[in-house]
Write a protein that binds this ligand. Structure first.
Ligand SMILES: *Cc1c(COP(=O)(O)O)cnc(C)c1O
Length: 354
């Protein structure tokens, strides 16, 4: 029996609407032979960790978990006591989209919110949040958490990451990066990964795989190995220790050894650029944020949103008021974008209805 996919044409709701990319699929098939030790004590898991160490050019400690919520909240829990606080952007995934997981896994660590344009934390606000109180009644600031690329599709430059790292050090904060789309940021920046991670002062990175062509999986990368102490127990207790770990590790081998990690991300970014350019050329449509990664945020009048939805397009509008978000992935094609733009021109009345 064959079932037709529920959503037949390619979609722009999220980069996780896409399937598994060929390099990941091949790598999973390669490890799907015979028997091997469970729980990560196998050669493929070791190889995936080594490839990540090569990628970052440092002796980091790596853990593989099932999803980003676990990666973020367990990483933050490893950095914090329950009386600490984490400073992040008011639209950060850890604040708005993880159902309180960070607070839960850290036994109550409070999240303090900072503003900033395009999802980037304004460093002056961080300084103000840390500086406004130093008494025992205030949840002690302990971590600055940034999202790279941001939830609004922007990318912190190398200089901005360095400035965040310097501020964190000066204020006695640890620096965490939610890198669900870190590969997209790297593809935009075109710098060695070390420059926007440990060399900029990042202590822990949540490195996303799912949105870049995997079925399942994120890596938690500790650049400060001290912080990884007993992290394996934390993963196990949280139900994040995969017994058939090789299938969480193999996708990283597939992406890293083949170069697909940056290829996929660059492709998704290019698609977003094409879409952004096309949208800006349509009267009545404006971009809400600069397109620097694989997202396009457009200010679309409700009539245009409805028109696109009636034509079967999926996209999100919950992320910022009046904004429609279109995500591109490794699987997006130029013709998907051209179809979407053609429909948008149609509903915008720029071409005659057939
Ligand atoms: C998708 C995403 C995550 C991970 O979400 P999960 O659904 O838990 O895998 C984390 N942070 C950001 C910014 C994301 O976009």
């Amino acid at each position: 029996m064959t079932l037709s996919p529920q959503v037949a044409k390619n979609q722009f709701a999220s980069d996780n609407y896409a399937g598994i990319c060929p390099e990941v699929w091949t790598s999973m098939a390669e490890v799907n032979q015979g028997f091997t030790n469970a729980y990560g004590d196998d050669p493929w898991t070791a190889r995936a960790c080594d490839l990540l160490r090569e990628f970052f050019e440092t002796d980091c400690q790596v853990f593989f978990v099932f999803n980003g919520t676990a990666a973020n909240s367990l990483a933050l829990a490893a950095l914090c006591q329950s009386y600490h606080s984490v400073i992040c952007h008011e639209l950060a995934h850890i604040e708005t989209d993880e159902c309180g997981a960070s607070e839960f896994f850290s036994n109550g660590t409070k999240i303090l919110l900072a503003p900033g344009p395009h999802g980037k934390v304004e460093l002056a606000a961080v300084e103000q949040i840390v500086g406004r109180r130093s008494d025992i009644h205030y949840p002690k600031p302990r971590v600055l958490s940034l999202t790279q690329a941001t939830e609004l599709g922007a990318v912190y430059s190398v200089a901005e990451m360095q400035a965040a790292g310097e501020l964190a050090r000066r204020l006695g904060l640890r620096l965490h990066v939610d890198g669900a789309r870190f590969a997209n940021a790297l593809a935009t920046l075109g710098v060695p990964p070390r420059e926007v991670s440990w060399q900029a002062g990042v202590d822990v990175l949540t490195f996303g795989g799912t949105k870049n062509g995997m079925a399942i999986g994120e890596a938690v990368v500790f650049f400060d190995r001290q912080l990884a102490r007993e992290f394996d127990y934390r993963c196990k207790q949280a139900g994040q220790l995969a017994s058939k770990m090789r299938f969480l590790a193999a996708p990283w081998i597939g992406l890293l050894a083949s170069g697909a990690l940056l290829r996929n991300a660059a492709h998704a970014n290019r698609c977003a650029q094409r879409l952004a350019a096309g949208m800006q050329a349509i009267a009545g449509v404006e971009l809400a944020h600069p397109c620097q990664a694989n997202a396009v945020f457009a200010l679309l009048p409700p009539a245009l949103q409805n028109g696109l939805r009636q034509r079967g397009w999926h996209f999100y509008t919950f992320i910022g008021s009046g904004q429609a978000r279109f995500m591109c992935s490794w699987a997006t094609t130029e013709s998907d974008i051209d179809h979407l733009l053609a429909d948008l021109r149609l509903v915008a009345g720029e071409v005659d209805h057939p």
